[in-house]
Design a protein. Structure first.
Length: 119
């Protein structure tokens, strides 16, 4: 009956949920589950296994797409949801690069798209 009010309530609840989830990810809030012991959710986050043996190279063009995909899988193995930009931010230092340039961005985005299409 009050469509616009319901839409606004849903949007507000969504925004509050996203803010709360972000705080949980940063460990700024403890996650309480009923009468269970209190703990931070960071302790429940799965740890990554060992980093794939991808050599450090001087240029992104020297990396094979399969190497980038292996690193992306490794980054994603902790179960955390990430945007493409967050994946790129994490992979750049792992690749041994000091900054994120346009060629690195394109190469990693292409590998992310390929990884997602395979999943």
């Amino acid at each position: 009956m009050r469509k616009e009010e319901e839409i606004q309530r849903a949007l507000k609840a969504f925004a509050e949920s996203v803010q709360f989830a972000d705080k949980l990810d940063r460990g700024a809030v403890q996650n309480h589950h009923g009468d269970s012991p209190k703990h931070t959710t960071t302790s429940a986050i799965p740890k990554r296994g060992p980093k794939p043996p991808v050599p450090v190279r001087t240029s992104i063009s020297e990396h094979h797409g399969s190497e980038l995909i292996e690193l992306i899988k490794w980054i994603a193995s902790d179960g955390q949801l990430r945007t493409d930009d967050q994946i790129i931010d994490e992979i750049v230092p792992v690749l041994g690069f000091g900054r994120r340039g346009a060629r690195i961005d394109r190469a990693v985005r292409s590998a992310i798209a390929l990884w997602r299409s395979q999943s």
